[in-house]
Design a protein around this ligand. Structure first.
Ligand code: AGP
Length: 612
């Protein structure tokens, strides 16, 4: 996810663009850039790697750039390392077209190959440069207007984009195009603004247009004209923004965590579609060849916290589907245990930040032993991403809340994709099973969205738990992996003591802690273990526990046992974690809210533990 801004009016553009970008840093902060021009002057482009402050210093707060029309960008790298060369704005070879982009061009390689055949050269690794040169190609080929050129490009591009472009022959004008990625356009006192999100322009105007998918907005001073894909003008109503500045940074959500919970369908879809092409999984971008996959003797998954819980779930899925032995290890243990690793093994390090000290040390330990390594990482160019032999990037975008949600869900989907592809390559599943599993993966984003839509019922139940002293999450198999994450979410943001337990293990001691009213959450998504876990829940109930059941629609007989039940849509048993974890994320969030705690920045915790 990146942030884009644009301005055209009578004021100097650069300071306004920088101010806007400063409100979008939560959307991306590994590099930034501006492109500014005056009516006849050449466009001037300045970029900088690192936080926005580096660009501010480089341009002396925008003072070194003169011009009343410009665009700006702050980047969250998806294609290509964070660097000045990959930073936006990107431009055509002769600077006829200059643009910034937020989104993912899924078919950028195919388009890049086409443009290379047409004589284009590329200076960056980004999908955005491809989009800019595609627009330039159509602009020169058809000698039409910028609207014509962008329309031709939109027809060819697959993916998501919020794009703002300037054309040399159209001074004072900015052309905006959108598909799926957020963008708003605003006007005030003879000036026009563009941004990924409300906070970037709220200081200047509350009068905004919401540009629709596959629409183009032409910004002139104080005026915006909209066009559809046929190039016909479309009328738009101005909307007045009611938000305050602080609320707007969370795009109307009260906290980053609830915002990121809502972003999970798109994050999961983006991550899945980064490796699923035409109904098949393609790991070439990850760097694992079929020969590599066939040669894996043992998998070691090493991580911390929630990322470790992904590993626990992935162990069941990979072993069951791909029939490869999997060990899951806490990074802080792995690094000091002197692990015995098989030389033909694969060590998978899962890390949102890519900077967790224990996970990075575990990676280095594995590499020192000469074992192939794969990082599943959310931050492009992070230490683990750079040092692992192979990388599977999750496309969750910046995750601000300390308690991970969307990054966790994208790590899961990455592991499922690996499991299904490994299973197919090693012929542990047939073509029909392969296709069925990939189709089912494709249904997860919508199913996650449906669960989030029912959040009020979970909020009602969660608010009643604010005074709880102990909460237990129990389950068997994959349901135990779900319990681990549910318990950690609850602990870290509500400060209520909680434990996750393999349901069959409770009676070996811990059940002594169950008292009248102790909340026990039974997770029951694995049909074959349903009755077993129910009996464990009954053991708790007979000692006074209050039972919440978490299961799939259809298992209505649970109502005979549980006092409160949450249902999630059915899916393949291997993928159940992706659905069952959502109510548990919401429950933890609403309990913390009910207790009036700092949901996004819980006490004692950091977003990335870069120390031992
Ligand atoms: C989970 O909500 C926490 N934020 C924490 O457990 C986190 O998952 C862990 O510190 C690992 O972080 P990483 O994914 O950045 O390596």
């Amino acid at each position: 996810m990146c942030g884009i801004v644009g301005f055209t009016g009578d004021q100097q553009a650069a300071p306004i663009l920088l101010e806007g970008l400063s409100k979008l840093e939560y959307r991306g902060y590994d590099s930034a850039g501006l492109a500014v021009r005056d009516n006849e002057a050449e466009v001037e482009i300045v970029k900088a790697k690192g936080r926005l402050s580096v660009l501010e210093e480089k341009t002396n707060g925008g003072q070194t750039l003169t011009g009343t029309c410009g665009i700006g960008h702050t980047r969250w790298a998806t294609h290509g390392e964070p660097s000045e060369g990959n930073a936006h704005p990107h431009h055509s070879d002769d600077c006829t077209v200059v643009a910034v982009h937020n989104g993912i061009i899924e078919n950028y390689q195919e388009l890049k190959d086409k443009l290379v055949r047409k004589g284009y050269q590329f200076y960056s690794e980004t999908d955005t440069e491809v989009a800019v040169k595609l627009i330039d190609y159509y602009y020169k080929k058809y000698l039409g207007t910028p609207v014509d050129a962008i329309n031709h490009a939109m027809v060819r591009i697959r993916g998501s984009y919020a794009l703002a472009a300037m054309f040399e022959e159209y001074p004072g004008e900015i052309y905006a195009a959108r598909k799926d990625s957020p963008m708003i356009l605003g006007i005030q006192d003879g000036e026009s603004y563009l941004a990924s999100d409300v906070p970037a322009i709220l200081k200047y105007t509350r009068n905004v247009y919401y540009i629709g998918n596959m629409e183009i907005g032409k910004l002139e001073k104080g005026k915006v004209t909209f066009y559809n894909l046929d190039g016909d003008e479309v009328e738009k109503e101005l909307t007045e923004i009611q938000w305050d500045a602080e609320a707007a940074e969370k795009t109307g959500f009260e906290h980053f965590m609830i915002k990121e919970i809502h972003e999970q369908p798109k994050a999961v879809s983006d991550t899945l579609h980064s490796v699923v092409k035409d109904g098949k999984i393609d790991l070439s971008g990850v760097g694992l060849s079929e020969e590599d996959i066939k040669g894996i003797s043992q998998i070691y998954i090493v991580a911390c916290g929630s990322a470790y819980h992904v590993g626990v779930a992935a162990q069941y899925v990979i072993e069951d589907l791909a029939k490869i032995p999997v060990r899951v290890e806490l990074a802080s243990e792995f690094r000091y245990r002197g692990p015995l690793l098989d030389k033909d093994g694969l060590v998978i390090i899962i890390s949102q930040s890519g900077e967790t000290a224990d996970s990075l040390a575990a990676l280095r330990e594995a590499k020192a032993k000469g074992v192939k390594t794969l990082g599943i990482v959310n931050v492009v160019g992070s230490s683990i991403a750079r040092e692992a032999d192979n990388v599977f990037y999750t496309l969750a975008g910046p995750e601000i809340a300390v308690a991970t949600t969307k990054a966790y869900s994208t790590q899961l989907i990455a592991c499922y994709a690996l499991a299904v592809q490994f299973a197919r390559i090693r012929e542990a599943i047939d073509g029909e099973g392969y296709t069925r599993l990939i189709e089912e993966l494709g249904t997860l984003p919508e199913k996650i969205g449906k669960i989030i839509e029912d959040k009020e019922r979970i909020q009602w139940f969660a608010a009643k738990q604010a005074a709880a002293k102990d909460i237990f999450f129990i389950g068997r198999g994959i349901d135990y992996a779900i319990s681990l994450e549910g318990s950690l979410k609850m602990k870290e943001i509500s400060y209520i003591h909680s434990e996750a337990y393999a349901a069959g293990e409770l009676k070996h001691g811990t059940i002594s802690l169950i008292e009248d009213g102790t909340l026990v959450v039974g997770v029951l998504t694995q049909q074959g273990l349903f009755e077993k876990t129910i009996s464990n829940m009954v053991e708790c109930k007979s000692r006074g526990a209050y039972l919440m059941g978490l299961t799939t629609y259809g298992n209505y007989n649970i109502e005979d046992t549980a006092d409160f039940v949450v249902y999630v849509p059915k899916t393949d048993v291997h993928f159940a974690v992706s659905l069952a974890v959502i109510p548990l994320q919401l429950m933890a969030y609403y309990v913390s809210l009910a207790k009036g705690l700092d949901v996004d920045k819980p006490r004692n915790l950091a977003k990335s533990v870069t120390v031992e």
